[in-house]
Design a protein around this ligand. Structure first.
Ligand code: HH2
Length: 280
């Protein structure tokens, strides 16, 4: 399996690590830490040195209740960081749901558009179609400010699967090639802890929809609820969720803690390589 992006065809025969670069004052776990250009660029370089296979740059927090940022301000936050990131030799994704930011990011050389709204805003499909960019289509409901009011499901796995299939189809009908599409269950977006866990437990079904699955569990609230840990102490919990997600078909892990995740995947791969296949 591969993920076709603008400059890179990403081989997904092993799980890949996408390092998060939030150029925001208010992201839920690292807001304000990389919100000047030089700090954010240094962070990109550090994540690549730690083994990130991809970078994901965002200029607006999507945490529950986050305030809206207009397209110009969002672009101003990420412009210089993106320009530096695309020189680092790894595919660079931009985390945005705004068509105007998508267009500018693609002009500036972004390889992937990561859209938490799954290209639903008017103009979003047109902004990416024909660009050659990879896209990540994520499930959520409503907007960050109101999404937790919409966290009601009968069968969360079936409902998320149906939405993702429909969005992938819409992208393909607009001219996005199938091999450029990745899907994301959207852990934590319009979902409570129980929804997130049921979705992970049933994730195999999402991995079998015919597109690579990208997942983001890193430091999220459900992990804090289970462990009682604040956001800066959720690394072990994040690794456990990430590895479970890999065991259930995830191909790309969107994480804050790249070095630790790379180590965990190395151990996983070494065990896999030493496993003697069962004989009939
Ligand atoms: N999670 C966040 C943001 N973007 N994109 C995808 N595809 N999947 C995710 O799970 C996902 C995402 C939230 O995490 P973070 O970027 O750390 O926080 P914030 O939105 O507050 O900047």
């Amino acid at each position: 399996m591969h993920w076709q992006t603008r400059r890179f065809r990403i081989d997904l025969s092993r799980p890949r690590v996408m390092g998060i670069v939030n150029v925001t004052p208010d992201s839920f776990s690292d807001g304000g830490r990389h919100d000047d250009d030089l700090a954010a660029i240094a962070h990109c370089e550090r994540l690549v040195a730690e083994g990130a296979d991809l970078l994901d740059i965002g200029g607006e927090s999507t945490r529950p209740g986050a305030p809206h940022v207009d397209a110009d301000s969002e672009w101003t936050r990420i412009e210089k960081v993106l320009a530096a990131a695309v020189t680092l030799g790894v595919p660079v994704s931009v985390d945005t749901y705004k068509p105007e930011v998508m267009r500018r990011a693609l002009e500036a050389g972004a390889d992937i558009i990561n859209d938490v709204q799954a290209l639903q805003l008017p103009g979003a499909l047109a902004a990416v179609a024909g660009s050659g960019a990879g896209v990540c289509l994520m499930h959520m409901r409503g907007e960050p400010a109101s999404m937790m009011d919409l966290a009601e499901y009968g069968d969360v796995v079936a409902e998320v699967a149906a939405f993702l299939v429909q969005r992938a189809q819409a992208a393909r009908e607009s001219g996005v090639p199938a091999e450029a599409i990745a899907l994301d269950p959207g852990y934590g977006f319009a979902k409570n802890g129980e929804h997130n866990l049921r979705l992970l437990a049933g994730q195999r079904r999402l991995a079998e929809l015919g597109y690579p699955l990208l997942v983001g569990w890193s430091r999220k609230r459900t992990l804090g609820d289970i462990t009682g840990r604040p956001v800066d102490q959720r690394l072990p919990a994040s690794l456990a969720a990430a590895l479970k997600a890999v065991s259930l078909g995830a191909k790309v892990l969107r994480v804050h803690d790249v070095a630790a995740t790379v180590d965990a995947l190395k151990v996983w791969a070494a065990i896999d390589a030493a496993t003697i296949p069962a004989t009939a």
